[in-house]
Design a binder for this molecule. Structure first.
Ligand SMILES: *[C@@H]1O[C@H](CO)[C@@H](O)[C@H](O)[C@H]1NC(C)=O
Ligand SMILES: *[C@@H]1O[C@H](CO)[C@@H](O)[C@H](O)[C@H]1NC(C)=O
Ligand SMILES: *[C@@H]1O[C@H](CO)[C@@H](O)[C@H](O)[C@H]1NC(C)=O
Ligand SMILES: *[C@@H]1O[C@H](CO)[C@@H](O)[C@H](O)[C@H]1NC(C)=O
Length: 264
């Protein structure tokens, strides 16, 4: 066992040097250049989590528990000047832990670089995987966001068209993003047996995100995969948002150092 840990460390250390992955543990004061969030209805229980909700290796850790009848989120984030890069996130909902505690749980998160995979898993026990992102602005002011498995343009995990619109941001979206709602509690996850940047974690982590912005713009989302789908049901769930209107914003996002919570 010790040898195994030693070898893992050695491989990882060598790998990180070879690929010069900057090791950057949270806290992070991030600057969001472009972010989007859409509310999804949570499944009534883990048995109803949609196919593709998590990586098969991580799903057994990420599913169990009690899901509250609250809101889940689809989120797309781009950053400037930060150790984090493009991200696509699926949060099925909020898991309850005891009478006082509950937290959003990220079960899918794609990031553009291996450095973000390593630092994200290490800091938040989150389920980062690397993917290739294509953001394409269209002449009408909208843009498409497509997220592919690394090096494979044939079967995107996710594709959506995002169109800014006038009018108010739906109350459901506003409520889901207020700061006291943005507590995340992430279970520990196993290391990938094949990809050294997909490190495992042994502790549960909790963090309260703080989106510091006052300007929300209502944004329409529509699926851009065949049949109007948003996710392919394998790498990202084939779900539709509760409302086709969400929000876009930019500005500071404070990601404090996560705390360790009891393993549940
Ligand atoms: C990050 O932001 C917080 C809250 O505004 C501030 O207290 C802290 O000093 C900042 N840290 C860095 C490294 O800028
Ligand atoms: C459960 O509740 C207690 C008391 O409020 C708290 O200290 C603890 O951290 C909570 N959460 C977990 C995950 O056990
Ligand atoms: C990320 O790491 C994997 C596995 O080591 C490698 O195959 C891939 O090319 C890397 N991707 C990028 C974008 O650096
Ligand atoms: C991104 O997608 C657009 C629209 O589908 C396409 O024209 C462009 O070639 C793609 N860019 C890359 C780098 O794949």
């Amino acid at each position: 066992m010790l040898l195994y840990y030693f070898l893992t460390f050695f491989v990882l250390a060598t790998f990180c040097r070879a690929d010069s992955i900057p090791i950057a543990p949270a806290p992070w004061n991030l600057t969001v250049s472009e972010a989007y969030a859409f509310v999804v209805a949570p499944p009534p229980s883990p048995a109803f989590l949609p196919p593709g909700f998590a990586d098969p290796l991580e799903a057994p850790e990420l599913a169990p528990g009690v899901i509250l009848p609250d809101s889940g989120l689809i989120m797309i984030l781009r950053y400037s000047a930060s150790p984090v890069d493009d991200e696509l996130i699926y949060i099925p909902g909020r898991w309850a832990y005891n009478l006082t505690d509950s937290g959003l749980r990220i079960t899918r998160i794609y990031v553009a670089t291996n450095a973000s995979v390593f630092n994200g898993k290490d800091s938040l026990s989150a389920s980062e995987h690397q993917a290739d992102f294509n953001f394409t602005k269209l002449a009408d002011g909208s843009q498409t966001v497509t997220v592919f498995p690394p090096g494979d343009l044939t079967n995107p995990h996710f594709s959506a068209k995002l169109t800014p619109t006038i009018g108010p941001v739906p109350i459901e979206v506003n409520t889901a993003l207020t700061s006291d709602h943005l507590t995340f509690i992430q279970p520990s996850i196993p290391a990938s047996p094949t990809n050294p940047v997909e490190v495992g974690t042994t502790t549960w982590k909790q963090v309260l995100l703080n989106i510091q912005t006052e300007t929300w713009t209502a944004t329409v989302i529509s699926g851009a995969l065949p049949g109007g789908k948003i996710g392919n049901g394998i790498g990202y769930p084939d779900i539709q948002p509760l409302l086709p209107i969400g929000v876009s914003w930019s500005g500071p996002l404070i990601f404090p150092a996560p705390s360790i919570v009891p393993n549940l």
